[in-house]
Design a protein around this ligand. Structure first.
Ligand code: B1M
Length: 212
Protein backbone atom coordinates (compact mmCIF):
# COMPACT_ATOMS: atom_id res chain seq x y z
CA UNK A 1 0.00 0.00 0.00
CA UNK A 2 1.07 3.57 -0.71
CA UNK A 3 2.97 4.95 2.30
CA UNK A 4 0.79 8.07 2.52
CA UNK A 5 -2.30 5.89 2.65
CA UNK A 6 -0.64 3.85 5.40
CA UNK A 7 0.03 7.05 7.38
CA UNK A 8 -3.61 8.07 6.97
CA UNK A 9 -4.90 4.66 8.06
CA UNK A 10 -2.53 4.39 11.03
CA UNK A 11 -3.61 7.86 12.16
CA UNK A 12 -7.26 6.80 11.92
CA UNK A 13 -6.43 3.84 14.17
CA UNK A 14 -4.69 6.18 16.61
CA UNK A 15 -1.41 4.27 16.26
CA UNK A 16 1.06 7.06 17.04
CA UNK A 17 4.13 4.83 16.93
CA UNK A 18 3.31 3.59 13.44
CA UNK A 19 2.50 7.12 12.25
CA UNK A 20 5.91 8.29 13.52
CA UNK A 21 7.69 5.35 11.90
CA UNK A 22 5.93 5.80 8.54
CA UNK A 23 6.39 9.59 8.57
CA UNK A 24 10.15 9.11 9.12
CA UNK A 25 10.19 6.65 6.25
CA UNK A 26 8.32 9.08 3.98
CA UNK A 27 10.81 11.82 4.85
CA UNK A 28 13.70 9.46 4.04
CA UNK A 29 12.04 8.65 0.72
CA UNK A 30 12.07 12.43 0.01
CA UNK A 31 8.32 12.69 -0.33
CA UNK A 32 7.54 16.44 -0.16
CA UNK A 33 6.47 17.58 3.31
CA UNK A 34 3.28 19.15 1.96
CA UNK A 35 2.29 15.84 0.42
CA UNK A 36 2.96 13.94 3.67
CA UNK A 37 0.84 16.49 5.49
CA UNK A 38 -2.05 16.77 3.02
CA UNK A 39 -2.32 13.21 1.74
CA UNK A 40 -1.19 11.41 4.90
CA UNK A 41 -1.84 13.20 8.17
CA UNK A 42 -4.63 15.66 7.27
CA UNK A 43 -6.36 13.11 5.02
CA UNK A 44 -6.45 10.68 7.96
CA UNK A 45 -7.75 13.34 10.32
CA UNK A 46 -10.52 14.25 7.87
CA UNK A 47 -11.76 10.66 7.91
CA UNK A 48 -11.67 10.70 11.73
CA UNK A 49 -13.79 13.88 11.67
CA UNK A 50 -16.39 12.26 9.40
CA UNK A 51 -16.52 9.08 11.48
CA UNK A 52 -16.94 11.13 14.64
CA UNK A 53 -19.66 13.25 13.06
CA UNK A 54 -21.65 10.14 12.18
CA UNK A 55 -21.15 8.61 15.65
CA UNK A 56 -19.20 5.68 14.27
CA UNK A 57 -16.30 6.52 16.62
CA UNK A 58 -16.20 8.40 19.93
CA UNK A 59 -14.08 11.02 21.65
CA UNK A 60 -11.30 8.72 22.99
CA UNK A 61 -10.57 7.62 19.41
CA UNK A 62 -10.40 11.25 18.27
CA UNK A 63 -7.92 11.97 21.08
CA UNK A 64 -5.75 9.03 20.02
CA UNK A 65 -5.88 10.27 16.42
CA UNK A 66 -4.81 13.74 17.59
CA UNK A 67 -1.85 12.20 19.44
CA UNK A 68 -0.90 10.32 16.29
CA UNK A 69 -1.22 13.54 14.26
CA UNK A 70 1.23 15.25 16.60
CA UNK A 71 3.65 12.29 16.36
CA UNK A 72 3.82 12.92 12.61
CA UNK A 73 3.80 16.71 12.83
CA UNK A 74 6.70 16.73 15.31
CA UNK A 75 8.86 15.01 12.70
CA UNK A 76 8.02 17.27 9.78
CA UNK A 77 8.07 20.49 11.83
CA UNK A 78 11.86 21.02 11.60
CA UNK A 79 11.65 20.60 7.83
CA UNK A 80 9.00 23.30 7.62
CA UNK A 81 11.02 25.83 9.58
CA UNK A 82 14.15 27.18 8.00
CA UNK A 83 16.87 28.24 10.43
CA UNK A 84 18.41 31.66 10.86
CA UNK A 85 16.09 33.61 8.65
CA UNK A 86 15.49 37.24 9.53
CA UNK A 87 12.12 38.01 11.10
CA UNK A 88 9.79 39.71 8.66
CA UNK A 89 6.96 40.46 11.08
CA UNK A 90 5.34 39.47 14.34
CA UNK A 91 2.08 37.56 14.67
CA UNK A 92 0.17 36.72 17.84
CA UNK A 93 -1.84 33.54 17.31
CA UNK A 94 -4.23 31.44 19.37
CA UNK A 95 -7.37 29.37 19.41
CA UNK A 96 -10.37 31.28 20.61
CA UNK A 97 -11.88 31.09 24.12
CA UNK A 98 -13.72 27.85 24.86
CA UNK A 99 -12.02 26.00 22.02
CA UNK A 100 -9.39 23.36 22.70
CA UNK A 101 -8.60 22.41 19.09
CA UNK A 102 -5.01 23.40 18.41
CA UNK A 103 -3.67 21.15 15.65
CA UNK A 104 -4.61 23.50 12.80
CA UNK A 105 -3.48 26.60 14.70
CA UNK A 106 -0.14 24.94 15.44
CA UNK A 107 0.28 24.05 11.78
CA UNK A 108 -0.39 27.65 10.77
CA UNK A 109 2.17 28.78 13.38
CA UNK A 110 4.79 26.39 12.01
CA UNK A 111 4.22 27.65 8.48
CA UNK A 112 4.44 31.29 9.57
CA UNK A 113 7.72 30.57 11.36
CA UNK A 114 8.96 28.80 8.27
CA UNK A 115 8.16 31.92 6.24
CA UNK A 116 10.20 34.11 8.59
CA UNK A 117 7.57 35.48 10.98
CA UNK A 118 8.07 35.66 14.72
CA UNK A 119 5.11 33.81 16.18
CA UNK A 120 3.79 34.45 19.67
CA UNK A 121 1.58 31.43 20.29
CA UNK A 122 -0.92 31.94 23.09
CA UNK A 123 -2.18 28.35 22.91
CA UNK A 124 -5.84 27.42 23.02
CA UNK A 125 -8.87 28.69 24.99
CA UNK A 126 -7.53 32.26 24.67
CA UNK A 127 -9.66 35.08 26.09
CA UNK A 128 -10.10 38.41 24.24
CA UNK A 129 -8.09 40.11 26.99
CA UNK A 130 -5.09 37.87 26.40
CA UNK A 131 -5.20 38.35 22.63
CA UNK A 132 -5.37 42.13 22.95
CA UNK A 133 -2.81 42.41 25.75
CA UNK A 134 -0.31 40.26 23.86
CA UNK A 135 -0.88 42.18 20.62
CA UNK A 136 -0.12 45.45 22.46
CA UNK A 137 2.80 44.16 24.56
CA UNK A 138 4.45 42.48 21.61
CA UNK A 139 3.74 45.34 19.20
CA UNK A 140 2.43 42.69 16.83
CA UNK A 141 1.78 43.26 13.13
CA UNK A 142 -1.17 40.92 13.21
CA UNK A 143 -3.44 38.85 15.41
CA UNK A 144 -4.36 35.39 14.08
CA UNK A 145 -7.35 33.60 15.53
CA UNK A 146 -8.41 30.00 15.02
CA UNK A 147 -11.78 28.37 15.81
CA UNK A 148 -13.02 24.86 15.12
CA UNK A 149 -16.43 25.02 16.75
CA UNK A 150 -19.53 26.85 15.58
CA UNK A 151 -20.13 27.67 19.25
CA UNK A 152 -16.76 29.40 19.70
CA UNK A 153 -16.28 31.18 16.37
CA UNK A 154 -18.49 34.04 17.57
CA UNK A 155 -15.83 34.79 20.21
CA UNK A 156 -13.65 36.21 17.43
CA UNK A 157 -15.94 39.21 17.24
CA UNK A 158 -15.36 39.86 20.98
CA UNK A 159 -11.61 40.12 20.32
CA UNK A 160 -12.21 42.58 17.48
CA UNK A 161 -14.59 44.67 19.62
CA UNK A 162 -11.97 44.81 22.38
CA UNK A 163 -9.32 45.81 19.84
CA UNK A 164 -11.61 48.66 18.79
CA UNK A 165 -12.12 49.91 22.33
CA UNK A 166 -8.38 49.66 23.03
CA UNK A 167 -7.63 51.71 19.91
CA UNK A 168 -5.57 49.09 18.09
CA UNK A 169 -8.16 48.00 15.52
CA UNK A 170 -7.01 49.05 12.05
CA UNK A 171 -3.41 49.36 13.27
CA UNK A 172 -2.90 45.65 13.89
CA UNK A 173 -4.31 43.36 11.19
CA UNK A 174 -6.71 40.56 12.08
CA UNK A 175 -6.66 37.25 10.26
CA UNK A 176 -8.98 34.35 11.05
CA UNK A 177 -9.17 30.69 10.08
CA UNK A 178 -10.55 27.29 11.02
CA UNK A 179 -13.11 24.89 9.60
CA UNK A 180 -16.37 26.69 10.50
CA UNK A 181 -15.30 30.21 9.45
CA UNK A 182 -15.16 31.73 5.97
CA UNK A 183 -14.64 34.98 4.13
CA UNK A 184 -18.22 36.19 4.68
CA UNK A 185 -17.92 35.62 8.41
CA UNK A 186 -14.61 37.49 8.45
CA UNK A 187 -16.25 40.47 6.74
CA UNK A 188 -19.24 40.31 9.04
CA UNK A 189 -17.14 40.55 12.22
CA UNK A 190 -14.66 43.08 10.82
CA UNK A 191 -11.60 40.84 10.44
CA UNK A 192 -9.14 42.01 7.78
CA UNK A 193 -8.91 38.58 6.20
CA UNK A 194 -9.74 34.92 6.21
CA UNK A 195 -7.26 32.18 5.34
CA UNK A 196 -8.34 28.70 4.33
CA UNK A 197 -5.01 27.20 5.42
CA UNK A 198 -1.49 28.00 6.59
CA UNK A 199 -0.15 28.68 3.09
CA UNK A 200 -2.85 31.28 2.47
CA UNK A 201 -2.19 32.83 5.90
CA UNK A 202 1.49 33.19 5.00
CA UNK A 203 0.62 34.77 1.64
CA UNK A 204 -1.80 37.29 3.17
CA UNK A 205 0.46 38.26 6.07
CA UNK A 206 3.47 38.68 3.79
CA UNK A 207 1.43 41.19 1.78
CA UNK A 208 0.53 43.08 4.97
CA UNK A 209 4.09 43.43 6.23
CA UNK A 210 5.35 44.34 2.77
CA UNK A 211 3.15 47.44 2.84
CA UNK A 212 4.29 48.51 6.33
CO1 B1M B 1 -13.36 18.05 17.90
N1 B1M B 1 -14.81 18.70 16.73
N2 B1M B 1 -14.50 18.35 19.44
N3 B1M B 1 -11.85 17.38 18.88
N4 B1M B 1 -12.59 17.64 16.23
C1 B1M B 1 -14.50 18.86 15.31
C2 B1M B 1 -14.03 20.29 15.02
C3 B1M B 1 -15.89 18.52 14.63
C4 B1M B 1 -16.11 19.20 13.27
C5 B1M B 1 -16.03 17.00 14.53
C6 B1M B 1 -17.32 16.56 13.87
O1 B1M B 1 -18.35 16.58 14.49
N5 B1M B 1 -17.26 16.20 12.60
C7 B1M B 1 -16.89 19.02 15.73
C8 B1M B 1 -17.35 20.49 15.63
C9 B1M B 1 -18.78 20.62 15.18
C10 B1M B 1 -19.18 22.05 15.07
O2 B1M B 1 -18.89 22.88 15.87
N6 B1M B 1 -19.89 22.32 14.00
C11 B1M B 1 -16.09 18.77 17.00
C12 B1M B 1 -16.66 18.65 18.30
C13 B1M B 1 -18.19 18.66 18.36
C14 B1M B 1 -15.87 18.53 19.46
C15 B1M B 1 -16.36 18.46 20.92
C16 B1M B 1 -17.49 19.44 21.28
C17 B1M B 1 -16.76 17.00 21.19
C18 B1M B 1 -17.38 16.73 22.56
O3 B1M B 1 -16.77 17.00 23.56
N7 B1M B 1 -18.56 16.19 22.52
C19 B1M B 1 -15.06 18.76 21.71
C20 B1M B 1 -14.89 20.27 21.96
C21 B1M B 1 -13.76 20.55 22.93
C22 B1M B 1 -13.48 22.05 22.95
O4 B1M B 1 -12.79 22.55 22.10
N8 B1M B 1 -14.02 22.75 23.93
C23 B1M B 1 -14.02 18.28 20.75
C24 B1M B 1 -12.78 17.78 21.13
C25 B1M B 1 -11.79 17.33 20.28
C26 B1M B 1 -10.48 16.69 20.73
C27 B1M B 1 -9.89 17.34 22.00
C28 B1M B 1 -10.75 15.24 21.01
C29 B1M B 1 -9.59 16.81 19.42
C30 B1M B 1 -8.70 18.08 19.39
C31 B1M B 1 -7.26 17.79 19.79
C32 B1M B 1 -6.37 18.98 19.53
O5 B1M B 1 -6.61 19.85 18.73
N9 B1M B 1 -5.29 19.00 20.29
C33 B1M B 1 -10.66 16.98 18.34
C34 B1M B 1 -10.41 16.80 16.95
C35 B1M B 1 -9.06 16.24 16.59
C36 B1M B 1 -11.37 17.10 15.95
C37 B1M B 1 -11.32 16.85 14.43
C38 B1M B 1 -11.59 15.37 14.23
C39 B1M B 1 -10.04 17.22 13.71
C40 B1M B 1 -9.58 18.68 13.89
C41 B1M B 1 -8.19 18.81 13.33
O6 B1M B 1 -7.23 18.85 14.05
N10 B1M B 1 -8.10 18.79 11.98
C42 B1M B 1 -12.49 17.79 13.91
C43 B1M B 1 -13.14 17.30 12.62
C44 B1M B 1 -12.58 18.01 11.40
O7 B1M B 1 -12.13 19.12 11.47
N11 B1M B 1 -12.69 17.37 10.28
C45 B1M B 1 -13.30 18.00 15.14
C46 B1M B 1 -6.80 18.83 11.27
C47 B1M B 1 -6.31 20.30 11.19
C48 B1M B 1 -4.99 20.32 10.39
O8 B1M B 1 -7.29 21.03 10.47
O9 B1M B 1 -7.93 22.45 12.49
O10 B1M B 1 -9.25 22.59 10.32
P1 B1M B 1 -7.96 22.40 11.02
O11 B1M B 1 -6.92 23.51 10.53
C49 B1M B 1 -6.70 23.81 9.16
C50 B1M B 1 -7.63 24.92 8.63
O12 B1M B 1 -8.89 24.97 9.28
C51 B1M B 1 -6.83 26.16 8.76
O13 B1M B 1 -5.51 25.72 8.51
C52 B1M B 1 -5.32 24.42 9.09
C53 B1M B 1 -4.32 23.67 8.23
O14 B1M B 1 -4.84 23.38 6.97
N12 B1M B 1 -6.80 26.96 9.98
C54 B1M B 1 -6.38 28.26 9.92
C55 B1M B 1 -7.04 26.64 11.26
N13 B1M B 1 -6.82 27.68 12.05
C56 B1M B 1 -6.39 28.70 11.26
C57 B1M B 1 -5.99 30.01 11.57
C58 B1M B 1 -5.59 30.84 10.51
C59 B1M B 1 -5.61 30.38 9.20
C60 B1M B 1 -5.99 29.09 8.87
O15 B1M B 1 -5.18 32.09 10.68
C61 B1M B 1 -4.96 32.56 11.98
Amino acid sequence: MDILKQISESLQKGDHEKVAMLTSQAIEEKIPVKKILDEGLIAGMNVVGEEFKHHRIFLPSVLLAARAMYAGMDLIKPLMIRDNIPTIGKVVIGTIKGDLHDIGKNLVGIMLKGAGFEVIDLGNDVTPDRFVQAAKDEKADAVGMSALLTTTMTGMKDVIELMKSEGIYGKIKVIIGGAPVNREFAEQIGADSYAYDGMKAVEILKEYVKDK
